[in-house]
Design a protein around this ligand. Structure first.
Ligand SMILES: [Zn+2]
Length: 323
């Protein structure tokens, strides 16, 4: 179903099959030029949903903006690669998206996780571990790179690009200052906490995420259109909840590291998770992966804040609380 959000802005809920997120909200800004924001996975169900929206809106051409590199946001990029379409992204995530189209990216990400203690035995087959690998695009795009402060005019609005690294190193939002609308990608979600995970080009993503939350706090936002869940009315309250969540997590991780040296994987195993599994061993492989990524981002934040030691042994990082 296509939903009109406000003048010239529509939301289409695109299904994400076999994924705990279930669906993504893509937004379409309609005018003499159109702009689609994010695409869904590289799957026929997602392509069908987009086509239904185009038919309903009676449009044939649209430019495309990718908020960040995750495959539920850029999976169908290949369908938009043609001479007429501008495909916008930040340079950081744009380069990673093109890099993702080859196997080297996934190999580097695997090696990074191994460095943080993720056991090879838990990888399973290459596509088991990470939904991004299954439903990722397979073509390289010739992006129009956008950066902080750039303005994109669509639907009678002047959208300012806001760089919000954290959820990914090159995550971007669009902000319309006159109408106080923020199109927020996965930066701030209402019902779930955005996963803050290490990437091959970021060492301290949680620090970046905190800075990006504080950047949004300074804007006047009346309506936040996020990529998952319902629109958020009180952005500032939600930002405080997100700070509180991560500060609790940091305290929990410090507590876990009070005794012996542990890897990020060990810490993830010892953290509490809202998942219907009896024990860590029962976690599905992708959930172990995301949990470890989340543990890494908190550990790295504590390491750079000089709250924990980090040592490397046989190519693997271990952490311990500084007493
Ligand atoms: Zn994401």
């Amino acid at each position: 179903m296509l939903e009109k959000v406000t003048n010239h802005i529509y939301k289409k809920i695109v299904p994400l099959p076999h994924n705990p997120l279930r669906e993504i909200n893509v937004y379409m800004i309609i005018g003499h030029k159109n702009l689609l924001i994010d695409t869904g996975f590289h799957r026929p169900e997602c392509a069908k949903a987009l086509q239904e929206a185009f038919t309903e809106l009676n449009i044939e051409d649209t430019d495309l903006l990718i908020t960040h590199l995750h495959s539920d946001h850029c999976g169908l990029i290949g369908n938009f690669i043609n001479a007429k379409t501008n495909i916008y992204a930040s340079e950081t995530d744009g380069e990673l998206i093109n890099f993702e189209a080859g196997n080297l990216y996934w190999k580097m990400l695997d090696d990074l996780f191994i460095k943080y203690g993720f056991p090879k035995a838990d990888f399973g087959s290459n596509t088991d571990i990470h939904p991004g690998r299954k439903y990722c695009h397979d073509k390289r795009a010739d992006f129009v790179y956008v950066k902080e402060g750039d303005v994109l005019e669509y639907g009678g609005y002047a959208w300012r690009v806001i760089e919000t690294p954290g959820h990914t190193p090159g995550h971007i939002c669009l902000y319309e200052p006159n109408e106080k609308i923020l199109i927020g990608g996965d930066h701030i979600l209402g019902t779930i906490t955005p996963n803050i995970c290490i990437e091959i080009s970021s060492e301290n993503p949680l620090q970046q995420y905190f800075e990006s939350l504080s950047k949004i706090e300074k804007l006047d936002v009346a309506l936040l259109l996020s990529a998952h869940g319902t629109p958020i009315e009180n952005v500032y309250e939600r930002i405080q909840q997100l700070y509180a969540h991560h500060n609790e997590r940091l305290a929990e991780v410090l507590h876990i590291l009070a005794g012996e040296w542990k890897t990020a994987y060990d810490v993830a195993r010892d953290m509490t998770w809202e998942i219907e599994c009896k024990c860590w061993e029962d976690f599905p492989k992708p959930q172990k992966w995301f949990a470890t990524g989340e543990a890494i981002s908190h550990l790295q934040y504590l390491y750079f804040s000089k709250k924990v030691f980090r040592k490397e042994e046989n190519g693997i990082y271990y952490y311990k609380k500084i007493q």
